[in-house]
Design a protein around this ligand. Structure first.
Ligand SMILES: Cc1cc2nc3c(=O)[nH]c(=O)nc-3n(C[C@H](O)[C@H](O)[C@H](O)COP(=O)(O)O)c2cc1C
Length: 168
């Protein structure tokens, strides 16, 4: 079984543009009885309201969306290159149709009521602070609308990063 240790977020060495945008992450929420996870590559890490936060963007039709809505905590987890196939799988299949834990090598672990996976190299445990749907009326650059041919505007979840853990 892998071991993790808590670290101060200021000690995270990785570039968030690469970490999220190129290597991707899993967004995971739920309980021991029922959890779901999906791949995400849009989001951010930063500071707001004097807290370290993450910004995650989830379209409403994702099964994971329901889990984020119904749970106070969720995790963002990051993986080595060798897990790219798993990330593509979790980003193209829905937990409505399959059990992603059963279909992958992922082993769930729980912390602060939020699930993550033993295979992760870095995990951010987030507590929901704020959620709001993107509204097309607010697009200052009209070019953004091209991301929404289905009008399925993302919901932005801002979560306080209550704990960061790394594999040791
Ligand atoms: C590389 C990659 C990045 C993705 N990023 C996001 C994202 O940031 N937000 C989002 O809503 N969906 C994103 N998706 C799509 C979801 O991961 C995908 O629809 C997934 O099957 C949803 O699973 P679920 O229905 O079990 O929640 C991404 C997919 C891939 C492959």
């Amino acid at each position: 079984m892998s071991k993790f240790e808590e670290i101060n977020v200021n000690l995270i060495q990785e570039n968030p543009f690469k970490l999220i945008g190129k290597d991707f992450m899993l967004v995971t929420a739920g309980t021991k009885e029922k959890l779901n996870t999906m791949t995400a590559s849009w989001g951010g890490l930063g500071v707001l309201w004097n807290k370290n936060v993450s910004f995650t963007f989830i379209r409403p039709q994702r099964y994971t969306f329901e889990f984020l809505e119904n749970n106070e905590y969720y995790t963002l987890s990051f993986y080595d290159k060798k897990f790219k196939d798993m990330l593509m799988f979790c980003g193209t299949k829905s937990g409505r149709d399959i059990d992603k834990v059963k279909e992958t090598s992922l082993t769930p672990v729980f912390d602060e009521e939020a699930p993550y996976f033993e295979q992760a190299k870095l995990v951010l445990i987030c507590k929901k602070l704020y959620g709001q749907f993107i509204t097309p009326d607010c697009f200052i650059s009209k070019e953004i609308e091209k991301n929404y041919p289905l009008k399925d505007y993302h919901k932005i979840f801002i979560g306080e990063i209550v704990k960061a853990i790394v594999k040791i």
